[in-house]
Design a protein around this ligand. Sequence first.
Ligand code: URA
Length: 284
Amino acid sequence: MSTAAAALLRDHLLHRQSKGETHVLLRPGAFGKAAISGRPEPKVEAPVAARESLERPPEPTKSRVSLLTPSGNSNAEKIASLVAMAETWEPARQLGSLRQTMVFSVGDPNAKLMLIGEAPGAEEERQREPFVGPAGQKLTGILKAMGLERSQVYISNICKFRPAMDNQGSANRAPTEQEMAACLPFVLTEIDILRPQVIVALGATASKGLGLEGSVGRLRGQFHEFQGTPIMVTYHPSYILREEKMNGGMQAKRQVWEDMLQVMERLGLPISEKQRGFFKAAAK
Ligand code: URA
């Protein structure tokens, strides 16, 4: 980048940062001496939330996450108590990089099957329900093919707030590790309340947020264990949507369906010949 361009960009970012308009943080020396020679970097304070997150990086996720203690006796009461806690959850709000509207989970708090996605998007935020946009419709279709209604399963996200972006419009982004870590106590407590027979992690973000290392391509196709519960990692429905646009998505759909057949078997759900054969003809 030329010196002039670097100086311009720096001035622009510093100005927006001082007004709290951007989450891009400039550390001292961010543009290097060469790029801004002759112009000392002014001292500009980052917004409070951003400053705190720089000074106090969160604990690494996974091992040291404590469960929350919701009130209530039944699973439904405990989940309702968790929802109330999530509304004002400081560790997430403090980050300053997540939007305000909290979108919790949906479905049966006694379900045997729990699915965990990434984070709410624009439509989910509008309706305050996970998986109701295009990816959600794809997920609903997959569940239907398994013989399940949305109301019979429990659908959660690893991050309970839509990740913020500059000039957001309807654009969405995946949550960062820090954002997932801030919400992880909720996900772990949900699992502890439900004690589902099977968990399905939808996509790499969810599986990474739960501490499973590796790509979906490597993890999928077999059960892993998550704190004593069998977990199947499979592709996120939005991956199927992208593949459908690019090449019909046959392979992605077949792979997800193979994973779901294993899930059905593990849950003891009936599987018809038609269900078993869904993608057999296509594979020939
Ligand atoms: N994608 C997700 O991972 N979760 C949602 O709730 C919606 C889209």
